[in-house]
Design a protein around this ligand. Structure first.
Ligand code: BT5
Length: 266
């Protein structure tokens, strides 16, 4: 297994590659949660494009208070602060944008195929089946009715030790390629793609790329909603509004958010 580069932060060349984009990256050795830090920074007026990465998080989290596990130095742990002028109904597009940018960046840098499992997972196919390579967590801050900021966090497993944590659930890039992985290069490739996506007022190209990467379409799924309701059927479409359409025994149902289990291998 290859180790990740030990350097903390971006090299001068990597910083240079981001000149002209909205992004300014700060990379710290350790923090609680990069998402929590940027939400606090947003409240204090930090600008659009503030990016915080960390080698280690002591309180990294996923949705619904779940823990995000990442041994120190093993992962790309990063949050991006955006202050978008978007309809709240279109907020999912930011998760989609980061997911597409991350999946394409990994493919471009390392020739590792990554899929997007609705609504927020990056997955790779291993000999043992589909495994989670990364996850995205978008959190909003509001001033009354006004959307103040969106913090989109990404945890991407880069170089994990042996034995692999979360065996049976997760996978890391060093299990998928022998190529050395530089987390800074990955982050720059991701941010350059994200810049291009955000600069394009048309969403159709993004949605097209998303559908191309989506591993959930066509699959038999079991979706657990936050309410506890369970929906079983076949995932037949992703709407432009980011909903998953599941064909059930009682007809089609649109799902806004939930935990999806693929019932059979791809
Ligand atoms: C997610 O949550 O997948 C979103 C994770 C976002 C983490 C990033 S890291 C930078 C930023 N700062 C933060 O504090 N968060 C963001 P969810 O869909 O709720 O999935 C969580 C579940 O994924 C856990 O309950 C585990 O089953 C599994 N899991 C935890 N760590 C994992 C890992 N490193 N790789 C794969 N699966 C993992």
């Amino acid at each position: 297994m290859q180790a990740a580069n030990a350097r903390t932060g971006l090299s001068a060349g990597q910083q240079q590659a981001l000149v002209g984009t909205r992004f300014a990256v700060r990379w710290v050795p350790s923090t609680g949660s990069t998402n929590d830090d940027l939400r606090a920074a947003a409240a204090e007026g930090a600008p659009e494009g503030t990016v915080l990465a960390a080698d280690h998080q002591s309180a990294g989290h996923g949705r619904r208070g779940r823990t995000w596990e990442a041994p120190p130095g093993s992962s790309l742990l990063v949050s991006i602060l955006l202050r978008p002028d978007v309809d709240p109904d279109d907020l999912h597009l930011l998760t989609t944008a980061v997911g597409v940018a991350a999946a394409e960046a990994v493919d471009e840098e390392l020739a590792v195929a990554v899929g997007l499992k609705w609504p927020n997972d990056l997955v790779a196919i291993t000999e043992a089946g589909e495994r989670k390579l990364g996850g995205i967590l978008a959190e909003t801050t509001w001033s009354g009715e006004h959307l103040d900021a969106v913090v989109v966090g990404l945890g991407l497993n880069v170089a994990w030790p042996d034995p692999v944590p979360l065996d049976g659930i997760a996978v890391a890039l060093n299990q998928l390629t022998d190529a050395p992985v530089d987390r800074g290069d990955l982050l720059v490739a991701l941010l350059l793609r994200l810049e291009a996506i955000l600069a394009d007022p048309e969403h159709s190209a993004l949605l097209e790329r998303w559908r191309h990467l989506a591993t959930t379409l066509g699959r038999d799924v079991r979706v657990e909603l936050a309410s506890g309701v369970v929906i079983v059927g076949t995932a037949v479409a992703l709407t432009d509004g980011g909903r998953l359409v599941v064909e059930t025994a009682d007809g089609p149902q649109e799902v806004t958010a939930g935990d999806v289990h693929h019932l059979r291998p791809a």
